[in-house]
Design a protein around this ligand. Structure first.
Ligand code: NI
Ligand code: MN
Length: 227
């Protein structure tokens, strides 16, 4: 399994010949080194409706004939546009050709700036993907919550993708605690340094993780790791 970071919360997971793209915010993200038209994927997984997560979903889904996996409201929103979707919700799991996806809670919002103003797109989620015997947890945008202990207990986590930028999500201190609650082996820090309001010291974050016996992967946009 190979993971490539595309900046902000956008991650590409390659597993068993499949390409899963999370939260493809590329247009308008000055940190992104890949253009939406360059991305190849067969599934797009969305944690919530905010513009910095839905991003280029419609264009990429259309160009790749990709299936959008998201909460029911987001799935319906894109389904109404003629795109292929699969709706899910918190606590629900489904086995896809590439592996198992489970939706978890996240404490955040999920509105979207549609053409006729801001619309509600259900509730935000975290997403667990289990494939090739590995489990990756994309926490989406969220604050720290105690149920992360339950999430880690139900599905032992190999890599947790955690926001650390503060203000809209957990900051670094709470994200270190999240890694502890999840009992994850490693963390990919995301959702930081995209704008001044979410600047974070990622090296300091990884030092704190390391002191707890957790590996930090401070990837720059365009960089990859093998899991
Ligand atoms: Ni958000
Ligand atoms: Mn966000």
């Amino acid at each position: 399994m190979k993971l490539t970071y595309h900046g902000h919360s956008c991650v590409l997971l390659e597993t068993g010949g499949h390409r899963l793209l999370f939260d493809p915010f590329l247009s308008g993200n000055e940190q992104a080194v890949v253009k939406p038209e360059e991305v190849r994927c067969d599934h797009i997984l969305l944690t919530h409706g905010h513009d910095d997560h839905i991003g280029d979903t419609a264009a990429i889904a259309k160009a790749n004939n990709a299936t959008i996996i998201a909460n029911f409201e987001i799935a319906s929103f894109f389904g109404d546009q003629g795109l292929t979707t699969h709706g899910m919700y918190h606590g629900g799991a489904h086995t896809f050709p590439f592996g198992r996806v489970k939706f978890t809670i996240a404490h955040h919002g999920s509105s979207y700036s549609g053409p006729n103003g801001r619309i509600a797109l259900g509730n935000p989620a975290g997403i667990l993907v289990t494939a090739e015997g590995k489990t990756v947890y994309h926490a989406g945008d969220t604050g720290l919550f105690l149920d992360m202990k339950l999430i880690g207990e139900l599905d032992p986590i190999d890599l947790a993708i955690l926001p650390i930028g503060d203000n809209f999500t957990m900051g670094p201190e709470d994200a270190v605690r999240a890694a502890d609650y999840l009992e994850t082996r490693a963390v990919l820090p995301v959702h930081y340094n995209t704008w001044p309001i979410i600047e974070a010291d990622v090296d300091d974050f990884c030092r704190h993780l390391h002191s707890k016996g957790v590996q930090g992967h401070p990837l720059k946009p365009g960089e990859s790791i093998d899991l």
